[in-house]
Structures are given as structure tokens and as C-alpha cells.
Ligand binder design. Structure first.
Ligand SMILES: [Zn+2]
Ligand SMILES: [Zn+2]
Length: 191
């Protein structure tokens, strides 16, 4: 179990990721259009996506995430109405986290904003490549077109384990009333 640093590109927002290990979370690459749209929304998408449009993500429990500096820089967007909450920073437009709601013990952090000397070991190798139907070209990683059984099982096991532990809270992303700490910008899906 390792502690890693969560940090936006400019360093205005900084926090801690606790209890990180290949067993405690899921290391995945997602090629979905929602993740790609989010990278485009924050800008400089080439920084956040691999050349096939994949986002490298580590999923962990909200209770294992602490933001101790620059939480006021958080901004929120939902790419689709009713879609997942995606957080990024105002300071340097770094993607920070993807999450469903306060009730779910589940946050996906782009590994590009995770730092630490033990990072590679703590995150472990990528377990699953998913939503390959949206990939650009043919990724050598051969992603599953949607979600493989292995990836569904990994996410379900994670959810169940953390539901029992009640690790959906405390969370740096939602208030007690269930609203996100900063109102989501929904204008992206109003055309
Ligand atoms: Zn920043
Ligand atoms: Zn995705």
C-alpha cells in the first residue's frame, strides 16, 4: 500500500491518494467518446490521451482521496446530460477525476496527474483496455470493443468491496446533500 500525490500540471491543486496498490484499485485504459470529449473540453488533449484516444485511469475509492491544496480550482463538467461528473482544474485545465455520484464508492483518476516515485509499482500494469469501439486506428493493446467480462468483474468486485466499507465518503467531490462541490457545466451538451 502506497501513498501517491495527486497534482495538477501547475501544482496549484495538490492532494494525496492513499492505500494505492494493484489490488486496491483498477488500472484501466478507456477509449470511450465521453473520456475523449472530456480531454477535448479541458484542452491539449494530446497530453491526456494516448495516440489512439485512450485515457489511462486508476480507479480508487473517494475516501482514499484527499485534496489539501487548491480545491477551489476544481471545476466540473458532464459531457452528456445525466452523465458522469468529470472534474478538472481552472488553473491549468488538468483533468482530475471522473465519478458517478456521492453514493458510489468509485473515482477514476487520470494517471497523468498521479505522481510519486513508487507510482508504477503502486498502480501496477493496466488490467483492462475497454471501449475500443471508439479508439482511433488500431491500438496494439487490442481493447475490448465495450467492456470485457474481466473488466466488468473487476469494477463490480471493487464496487462491492467498497460499498461494504462505506468508502464513498468522505469525498472531496460531493457535498453532504449529494451535489457536486462545484456545479457542473452542462452547456457542452446543449447545442
Ligand atoms: Zn493547475
Ligand atoms: Zn471512458
Amino acid at each position: 500500500m502506497t501513498q501517491l500525490t495527486l497534482r495538477c500540471e501547475c501544482g496549484a491543486l495538490e492532494g494525496r491518494l492513499k492505500h494505492v496498490s494493484p489490488q486496491s484499485g483498477n488500472h484501466m485504459v478507456c477509449y470511450c467518446d465521453d473520456c475523449q470529449g472530456f480531454a477535448k473540453h479541458v484542452g491539449n488533449e494530446e497530453k491526456w490521451l494516448d495516440k489512439w484516444g485512450g485515457t489511462d485511469i486508476f480507479q480508487l475509492a473517494p475516501a482514499d482521496i484527499e485534496i489539501h491544496k487548491g480545491a477551489d480550482q476544481l471545476r466540473c463538467v458532464r459531457m452528456k446530460s445525466g452523465g458522469i461528473y468529470r472534474f478538472y482544474t481552472a488553473c491549468c485545465r488538468s483533468p482530475i477525476a471522473n465519478t458517478i455520484s456521492r453514493k458510489y464508492p468509485f473515482v477514476g483518476i487520470p494517471t497523468a496527474v498521479i505522481h510519486g516515485i513508487d507510482k508504477e509499482q503502486a498502480l501496477g500494469p493496466v488490467k483492462c483496455y475497454v471501449m475500443g469501439t471508439f479508439a482511433k486506428g488500431t491500438p496494439p493493446t487490442k481493447p475490448h470493443p465495450k467492456f470485457s467480462m474481466k473488466s466488468l468483474f473487476a469494477v463490480m468486485r471493487f464496487m462491492l468491496k467498497n460499498k461494504i466499507r462505506g468508502t464513498n465518503v468522505p469525498t472531496p467531490f460531493f457535498r453532504e446533500d449529494g451535489k457536486s462541490v462545484v456545479a457542473p457545466d452542462e452547456s457542452v451538451n446543449r447545442d
